[in-house]
Design a protein around this ligand. Structure first.
Ligand code: HEM
Length: 510
């Protein structure tokens, strides 16, 4: 028996290897354990980008993995990324149909999870024209300015209370980005300056729950038989419980705006609403009244859900990383401060329009996004046809796992990649360098919020530099990463601060 088993095993491995070579598939780590595939390689999910670098260091920039029953393509070089996101852009513009995305994402109808096709294109068009286009961003500039000022005021008030002037900065940053997005989407703030509103508390809790499960694969995604044996029920139940709560909240937001629109229309003065800057939900409700079959409440809630999710955590995490890096590198902080002093001065607060005259600040943001991209592994894409990547044959239905962090920290491309050197981005225009630096992704599925994000992040970091002197609240700033829906600082940043003397008067006038 043992003899036959050994013969069977050897010939199985041998045939698989020969077949693999013959089919021109990318290299695959050995062993591929039956059923589990290469899941044994994915240790330490909190730093999965670093774990996967070990795999690509050993097997090359294009690797085929089996995650349970799911075929995945691990890509870790700029040229292979270009193959996926440029040469095969349309083929990889799909997303895999994950169970969580079905339950939380209104049956794959949201902008993030919809398959490449007319529905997704429509979402992108609406998001672009109604809130993310340069024109709309220009119209909504007041909201961002008021919220960034409000953040500076809150921090300043914290100092004025005479406390120890140490602040955990992330919660304040999340309130900032939540307020910006909520005002843009539903025309209201959910965090006040002094006290936290009930709605603010509720939203924070919902977001926390959504973030806790939103980034995870469930076992049923990797082992389809789990579903048929009913083994995935607990995970699905957890997802559904979060979905029900979040959906209820979103429905209330939509109904509230529906009520307001009707009230204002009943005033008999149609121009009132038309002349105002409508919020996104009002625009979507307007479209609903002309095409109810398409713009259902679920479609509206789905779009709002994803914009609230993608537009808040990402920017606030990037600002936190940038401040942490500046605390560790006072020479960079001083250089940015000098640039702001020269171009803005101390008689007025920095404005968003000033960003175009602050190239060094822009370098700081780029360098932060290079070292700590919020999506170190891009959200998964999936090939809709057979294609070629790095010279290898990639079958239809392969899940793309693109290690953006590996590409942006590749020592063969970047000089001393683990060092914070904003100067490396001097003379670089825009927010990407080919496929070597693309923190917002590339191709059809690239981030549609890039313009808004760079404005919010640049403007906020600029204001924090202009208004306050910062110092680390810890002995040494900790840079451990934790990957979830985005890449967080594992240990929230504690920072000591005091207002710059020359700015006290301006700050007190906000
Ligand atoms: C620093 C801030 C941000 C970074 C670094 C970032 C980065 C990214 C990345 C890497 C992707 C995935 C691209 C891919 O799958 O290939 C993405 C997708 C997306 N982002 Fe952002 N993002 C940021 C802020 C925002 C903001 C402010 C919004 C909107 C208000 C936004 C909306 C979206 C949406 C809707 C998608 C899904 C696009 C699709 O699947 O078609 N993001 N983002």
């Amino acid at each position: 028996m043992l003899f036959y088993a050994a013969i069977f095993l050897v010939s199985y491995i041998f045939t698989k290897k020969i077949l693999h070579k013959f089919q021109n598939h990318p290299p695959t780590p050995f062993p591929t354990i039956p059923i589990l595939g290469h899941l044994y390689l994915l240790k330490n999910p909190a730093q999965i980008h670093r774990t996967l670098v070990k795999v690509s260091d050993r097997y090359g920039p294009v690797v085929q993995l089996w995650l349970g029953f799911r075929r995945a393509l691990l890509v870790s070089s700029a040229s292979a990324a270009e193959d996926c996101l440029h040469h095969n852009d349309i083929i990889f513009a799909n997303r895999p149909r994950l169970i969580g995305a079905k339950i939380l994402g209104y049956d794959y109808t949201t902008i993030l999870w919809a398959p490449y096709g007319p529905l997704w294109r429509n979402h992108r068009r609406i998001a672009a024209t109604e809130i993310l286009s340069p024109h709309r961003l220009h119209l909504l500039a007041d909201i961002r300015a008021e919220e960034v000022r409000s953040l500076a005021k809150r921090i300043n008030d914290h100092a004025a209370e005479g406390g120890d002037r140490t602040i955990e900065i992330k919660p304040a940053l999340l309130e900032l980005t939540n307020n910006i997005m909520m005002r843009t989407i539903a025309g209201k703030r959910i965090y006040g300056e002094a006290v936290e509103t009930e709605e603010g508390k509720r939203f924070k809790m919902l977001l926390k729950e959504l973030l806790a499960i939103g980034g995870a694969f469930s076992a049923g995604d990797l082992f389809p038989f789990f579903k048929y044996l009913g083994l995935n029920k607990a995970a699905e139940k957890r997802c559904k419980a979060v979905f029900v709560k979040y959906d209820k909240y979103l429905q209330e937001l939509v109904d509230e705006q529906r009520g307001k629109t009707m009230e204002e229309n009943n005033d008999g003065d149609d121009s009132k609403l038309n002349n105002k800057k409508k919020n996104l939900i009002q625009v979507l409700l307007g479209l609903q009244s002309t095409d109810l079959s398409y713009f259902s409440d679920d479609i509206i809630k789905g779009l709002v859900q994803i914009l609230l999710l993608t537009g808040t955590e990402t920017s606030s995490s990037t600002i936190e990383w940038a401040v942490a890096l500046l605390l560790k590198h006072p020479e960079c902080y001083n250089k940015a401060k000098k640039e702001i002093d020269e171009h803005v001065g101390r008689d007025r607060l920095i404005e968003e329009q000033d960003l175009q005259h602050l190239p060094y600040l822009h370098c700081i943001i780029n360098e932060t996004l290079r070292m700590y991209p919020v999506a170190p592994i891009l959200p998964p894409h999936e090939s809709s046809e057979d294609c070629v990547v790095g010279g290898y044959h990639i079958p239809k239905g392969t899940m793309l796992t693109l290690n953006l962090w590996a590409i942006q920290n590749d020592p063969n491309v970047w000089d001393e990649p683990s060092k914070f050197k904003p100067e490396r981005f001097e003379n670089v225009e825009g927010d990407r360098v080919g496929y070597q630096f693309m923190p917002f992704g590339s191709g059809r599925r690239a981030c549609p919020g890039e313009n808004m994000a760079t404005r919010v992040v640049g403007f906020t970091v600029g204001s924090l530099i202009q208004c306050f002197e910062w110092e680390s609240g810890e002995e040494e700033v900790d840079f451990e990463e934790k990957v979830g829906v985005s890449m967080w600082k594992a240990k929230p940043l504690q920072a000591k601060f005091k207002p710059h003397k020359e700015m006290i008067k301006l700050l007190s006038q906000i």
